[in-house]
Design a protein around this ligand. Sequence first.
Ligand SMILES: NC(=O)c1ccc[n+]([C@@H]2O[C@H](COP(=O)([O-])OP(=O)(O)OC[C@H]3O[C@@H](n4cnc5c(N)ncnc54)[C@H](OP(=O)(O)O)[C@@H]3O)[C@@H](O)[C@H]2O)c1
Length: 494
Amino acid sequence: MTDKNRSQWDLGRFIETLTYFEVIPFLNWVQELIQGRPKDNQNRPDGGRNMGVILVAGATGGVGKRVVRRSLERGYKVRAIVRDIDRARSIIGNDVDLVVADITKPETLNSIVMADVQAVICCTAVRVQPVEGDTADRAKYYQGVKFYQPEIVGDTPENVEYQGVKNLVKAATKYLPQASEKLIFDFTNPSIELKNIWGAVDDVVMGGVSASNMQFVENTALFAGNVSTANSGGFASVRTKNFDPPFNLSDYEGVKLRVRGDGQRYKIFLRTETQWDGVGYGYSFDTVANTWIDIHVPFADLIPVFRAKTVKDAPPIDSSKVCSFQLMLSKFEYDNALNPKFSPGSFSLQVESIKAYGGATLPQFVLVSSAGVTRPGRPGINLDEEPPAVKLNDQLGGILTWKLKGEDSLRESGIPYTIIRPCALTEEAGGKELIFEQGDNIRGKISREDVAEICMQVLKLANACNVTFEVKEGEKTVNSIDWQRLFSNLQRDK
Ligand SMILES: NC(=O)c1ccc[n+]([C@@H]2O[C@H](COP(=O)([O-])OP(=O)(O)OC[C@H]3O[C@@H](n4cnc5c(N)ncnc54)[C@H](OP(=O)(O)O)[C@@H]3O)[C@@H](O)[C@H]2O)c1
């Protein structure tokens, strides 16, 4: 082993690097010849897609299956809590991650069910059916307006509407991420896709002999290798392929890394241009040897850099189109200044996650409850005018009373939430104007389609946070709804 050997520049690695990032098509082209043409975009990960998972409880039910469908249509990853997986597959198909769990059994609501969950939509309900029985497709129950003498079958309202909801809220409290953050890379449970996104870009691209890579060990991404200053080199890095479409992080203040390093100073670069050799927006951060720390990288503090030189006239980063990320250890800071916390040789930086931080707080737990939950036992209530569930609350095991207690557990949890209390649910097509109220006094009906749509809308509405409201449909069919306006008329819960 001689210095001569060590400093021998490696053309093969140089070509590999440029090929991985599609700068030159050489190896990709050979691969295509052997394996056939890859599907469009196979090589370009999608930054536009919502990275977090939406967890739907009650996904096989009338509202739940529509929430699943709408979530998939919007590009969310969906996980469904189901009790019978074959039945669930026949109702909601295969594009959903089906997990067998039961909200009345808290031990089933574990880290596998909750992994990567960004928001929970709960549409569960105790089973109610006509005393005379229902058809296999539950047509009598689903019509919602015609009256059949109802009864509870199976589990009790106390177990499902209260304990079950409370169990789900508790699991959410434990596992949901900060509401103001968006997960970009979660290395605790990396998919194959995620592992293929990162590739090495070492000083071999300019004649050096440093070598590094990204490995996935101990539920982290490990950026490690050897930096050599031979051949005027002195940096190692790992970079993502370009995301297409890019990440829109304009609602956030910056990105946050959870890292454990070796005491050296590293850099992160974000890019908004897809070309290989363009301006990168850089930020240096110091690590503490063997200690996990959070690094906040405010977009406002990113420095535009081109080949390690700062670009004085470059605009600030456009965080609405971040197309790649890069982590680097370099002998240099910027403009030929030396990195004061650098030593050549082996290095290691473990990364647990990269998130966007500083966003608005949005609802993370949507509970589909029911109009009428506060009416049983309310002084002055005229039961003859009330819907069956209010009139028959006692015969139905206190269904509404327990629903209210389930709501309370969510209101008290500290999770940003929205509680939707629909009037009688129908299987109609929906698309009607919506009437929102508070105080629990309205009567009427609403399509399950529209309730599912409300569930989807509130996930993006800061002013739907910590709000409980009733909803029914009006007469008019409408083409579009001003959701901001509807929610801006509502009061937040105390
Ligand atoms: N019907 C109405 O007119 C009306 C009016 C106002 C409000 N609501 C409320 O609106 C919500 C949605 O109603 P919907 O008609 O869509 O409900 P649904 O069709 O009866 O669906 C209930 C769902 O809950 C699931 N579930 C029940 N117990 C569970 C448990 N222990 N663990 C996990 N999942 C469980 C069921 O799963 P399985 O498939 O495994 O049984 C099913 O997917 C409910 O909260 C309901 O009370 C209804």
